[in-house]
Write a protein that binds this ligand. Structure first.
Ligand code: SF4
Ligand code: FES
Length: 492
């Protein structure tokens, strides 16, 4: 663990001045989002809308011109006072620099290859912005909170690289911007390079969600050369023994440290993804330090969502309310200390929440999930809901499934809502919360998410967590192909 001083952090922040020569980092770029008729900055797991003035500024950020020169040019183009422009440009660029999307000066690395194929598509309005592609359910790790279903799909059923390529082209044509290559462990696919090439060719921003343990530097270099933008690296803990115990895999942490280093050496974006639960959260400060040490731009501190494997392991994972509240304090303090060094995504713990999250940004609104065999889902746990049928891209076009598929129509919009959601002002903010959690707790998929304080089940939901979190955790039920298996310490 490192103990960097505030000064060390300050040095790492890119402070914009008149002498700075800003340009996009390799993992950020301007993009024409034709489905929504707007310009966006594509960045790790985000797309930021840019107005025409912002676009004019960014067009001049080439790593050669100084901010002073950019201001002069804009003042002359727009016949406006240089001081006002300097103020606006400084604010805008500092905001981007603090998200770590800008570098200072020319980049000696080759830029990521970009595809022009996407320009030939005619986009359809109302499509999703993100695609989560579960390339395989195979994984060498056995994390007890895995979001894959209890019944995982076999390798023999997986889509081929060509089928994935076709799905990616269809997705790009629907307006998908961000592609999350996930699993299981996506690097378990021997044809990952061909799959990635299909995504890059389709013009998608690519995010590899990986546990890292199967990667070599050469393999990552090849992925970077093909055009990979960003790596999201999961860590179980920064205590190596506990990390081994949680993941059921020996020696993972040192491998992850290597993968993080290679990722940054290759100029790719890096997010550390740290699922939080009672068996690792005391080391949250050290996990944040790990992210700083490996030079990640982002960290996701994500309290576990309790469905699939995590639901089976709930009593082993659920924290006390006090410990959960401590994580909020730790993250708030770290955010303030690490401005411009590390950005935070914090996923709260549902049992102790007041309001629910807008799960998946709303059912069938912004994200679509494909399972390894090409089944198309509105969320990765949707198969836990009874009575829904799921189409596959082998049988039906992705856009048709998105617009008309029965599972997508089931909870899209507001017509399905019951009270208290139906009359609630927040229904356009959180869309009634998570359908899968509502079903898991109430037995009714159209009920209000019990994370909401207005749900009739909220008290029981919170009380269950309070009770479970206060007794000793049972052994983990490790994620395994072909069923449930319990073990306390098998990390062979
Ligand atoms: Fe959201 Fe429904 Fe709760 Fe209102 S009642 S806050 S819409 S979950
Ligand atoms: Fe399915 Fe939240 S996980 S809607």
């Amino acid at each position: 663990m490192i103990e960097p001083s505030d000064d060390a952090f300050a040095e790492r922040r890119f402070l914009i001045s008149g002498e700075s020569r800003p340009a996009f980092a390799r993992y950020a770029r301007l993009h024409q989002d034709r489905a929504r008729a707007r310009r966006v900055i594509l960045a790790p797991e985000r797309a930021y809308e840019v107005d025409p003035i912002g676009e004019a500024v960014l067009a001049l950020c080439d790593g050669e011109l100084t901010v002073g020169e950019i201001v002069e040019r804009l003042a002359s183009i727009y016949s406006a006072p240089a001081e006002i422009i300097a103020n606006d440009v400084g604010k805008m660029l500092q905001g981007l620099a603090d998200k770590r999307l800008l570098r200072d000066g020319p980049d000696l690395r080759a830029p990521a290859p970009l595809s022009f194929a996407a320009q030939s598509y005619s986009y359809s309005p109302g499509g999703p912005a993100g695609l989560l592609a579960e390339l395989t359910h195979r994984c060498p790790l056995q994390c007890p909170y895995c979001s894959n279903p209890l019944e995982m799909e076999r390798a023999a059923t997986e889509l081929s690289a060509d089928e994935w390529g076709d799905a990616f082209r269809q997705a790009a044509a629907m307006g998908v911007l961000q592609l999350h290559l996930s699993g299981g462990e996506p690097t378990a696919r021997r044809d990952l390079e061909r799959i990635l090439a299909g995504a890059v060719e389709a013009g998608l921003y690519t995010n590899l969600i990986t546990a890292g343990v199967l990667l070599t530097r050469e393999a990552l270099q090849r992925l970077a050369d093909i055009g990979l933008d960003h790596v999201q690296l999961s860590i179980q803990d920064v205590d190596p023994e506990n990390a081994d115990r949680i993941s059921g895999y020996k020696g993972g942490l040192s491998k992850k440290r290597d993968v993080a280093r290679w990722t940054r050496e290759l100029g790719l974006g890096l997010t550390v993804n740290a699922p939080m639960h009672r068996q690792n959260m005391e080391r949250l400060p050290a996990i944040v330090d790990f992210a700083v040490e490996v030079d990640a731009q982002r960290i996701e501190v994500a309290h576990i969502q309790y469905y699939a494997w995590a639901e089976k392991n709930r009593a082993a994972l659920i924290p006390t309310r006090e410990d959960f509240l401590k994580t909020i304090e730790i993250v708030d303090a770290a955010k303030a200390r690490l401005t411009g060094v590390l950005t935070f995504d914090f996923v709260i713990h549902d049992h102790y929440a007041t309001w629910p999250k807008a799960c998946m940004g709303g059912w069938a609104q912004s994200i679509v999930v494909l399972t390894p065999s090409g089944r198309v889902l509105p969320c990765h746990a949707a198969q836990t809901l009874p009575g829904l049928t799921f189409d596959t891209v082998r049988e039906r076009k992705l856009a048709d499934i998105w617009r008309n598929g029965a599972a997508f129509e089931a909870f899209r919009g507001e017509d399905w809502m019951k009270e208290p959601c139906r009359a609630c002002d927040r229904r356009k903010i959180d869309f009634g919360g998570c359908r899968c959690q509502a079903f898991a707790v109430t037995g009714d998929a159209s009920a209000t998410d019990p994370a909401c304080q207005l749900s009739l089940h909220h008290g029981r939901f919170a009380a269950l967590a309070e009770a479970e979190s206060r007794v000793a955790p049972p052994p983990f039920i490790y994620r395994r192909m072909g069923g449930l298996a319990s073990s306390g310490a098998d990390v062979g």
